[in-house]
Design a protein around this ligand. Sequence first.
Ligand code: PLP
Length: 431
Amino acid sequence: MSEIIDVKTQQPASSRLQVMNFLNEIAEKYPRAISFASGRPAERFFDLQSSGEHISHFIQHFAETNRLGVDAAFNRLAQYGRTNGIINSLISRQIANDEKIDCNADQVIVTAGCQEAMDLCLTTLCPDPKDVVLARTPTYIGITGVADLNGIPLVPFECTRPEEFVTELRAATVRAENQGLRPRALYLIPDFDNPTGASLPRETREEIIEFCAAKEIVVLEDNPYGLFRFEEAPIPTMFTLDRRGCVIYLGTYSKTICPALRVGYAILPERLFGKKDRSILLMDQLSQAKSFGTVNTSQLAQAIVGGVLLKENFSLAKIVSRTTQFYRTNRDTLIAALGREFGSNGRKLQWNIPAGGFFLTVTLPFEFTDKEAEICARDYEVLVMPLAFFSLNDSKHRGVRLAFSNTTSEFISEGISRFRRFVNDHQPIPA
Ligand SMILES: Cc1ncc(COP(=O)(O)O)c(C=O)c1O
C-alpha cells in the first residue's frame, strides 16, 4: 500500500536526491555505455547560432510595444526586469495556437524553466507543515526534489489503469486527511508522462478536475512533452477542460527550443476555484516569492524565446514537426529492437508503446535497482534508469525507464541488444 513519506525523518527522501548524482557518476565512469538514461532533447535541432537574430527581432517588437527607441529598448532589456516576465502575451498567443489554451497575459508568470514554476507553486500552495502534495508514483524527479528540499510531504498513490486514477486519488486524500494533513495540490503529467510515457484519457482528466475542484486541491498540470505527439488526435489539456478554476498549467521551452534558455511558465486559472480575487492573490504570492528567488527570468533568454515566437507567427508547430518525426523514428526503432531481442511484447518482458514524448517503460521479471544499473553500465555498456528512482514508496523495483530522445537508431539497436544480454545473464528467461 502507498504510504506517506515524512521527508524530515525517513530515508527515501534523501536517497531520492542522490539519484541524479548517481547517474551522472556512472555515466562518467563508463563513458562507453550507450545511454537510455537521460531525457534530454536531441541536440541536432538546437539552433543557438540564430540567437542574435531572435533578439533583434524581439527588440523591434519590444521597442514598438513600449514606445522606445532601439537603444533604449536594449538598455531596458539589459536591466533588471519585470518579475512576472516580458513575453507573457507572446506565450499566451503561442499556447492558444498550439495547445488551444485560452488565457490572457495576466494569467502567465514566466519562470526560470518549469523547475522554478514547480518550486514557486509548491512553496506558495503549501506554506503550513500540514500541507501536502498528492502525486502518482512513480513520478518526475524534479517535483520530488522540490518537495523534499522544502520539507513538503508528498502523498503517493499507485495506479496502473486510468479508470482507477480517481479511486486511488480519493483514497490517498482520505489517508492524508485522516493523519491531519491537508492535500493542497496534485502534481501530474497527463501527456506522455515522465517516467512512464503513459497519457491520461479525457474522461479521467475530467473526473480528476471534478474531484479536485470539490476538494479545493490545485492540479499542477506539467506538460513539457505534449507537442511531441506521434499518433492519435490530441487530448485536450486539463487546463482547457477545467471549468472549475482548479488547474495551473506548467510549460517550458526546454524541449521545444532548448534547455539552456531556462524559460518556462505557469498559467493560473482566471478564477481560482471560481474566484477572481483568489487568482489575483495567488499570482501576487507567486510573484513575491519569485522576486526574492530569481528576481526575474533572464530577459536575454526571454528575448530569444520571444524572437522565436514572433518569427514562427506564434506557433511552434513547424519547429516541433521536425523533432517529432525524429523522436517517432527513435520510438519505432526502440519498439522494433525490443521485439527483436525479447520476442513479442508481454511474452518475456512487457513494455508500453507511448503515443508521444521521450520515454517508455519496460517491466522485468526481476528487481532492477542502482546495483543492477551499475552492473549493466560496467559489464554490458548500456545505461538504463531504474524505475525505482522515480518511486515515492518502495514499489516499482522491477521496471526501467528507457529514454529515446537524445540517441540514434544505431545506438538504440546496439543498446537493446546489450540490454538483452544483461537480462539473459541476470536471469535466463525460458525461450
Ligand atoms: C516532467 C518534466 N517537467 C519539467 C521538466 C523540466 O523542465 P525545465 O527544463 O523547464 O525546468 C522536465 C525535464 O526533464 C520534465 O521531464
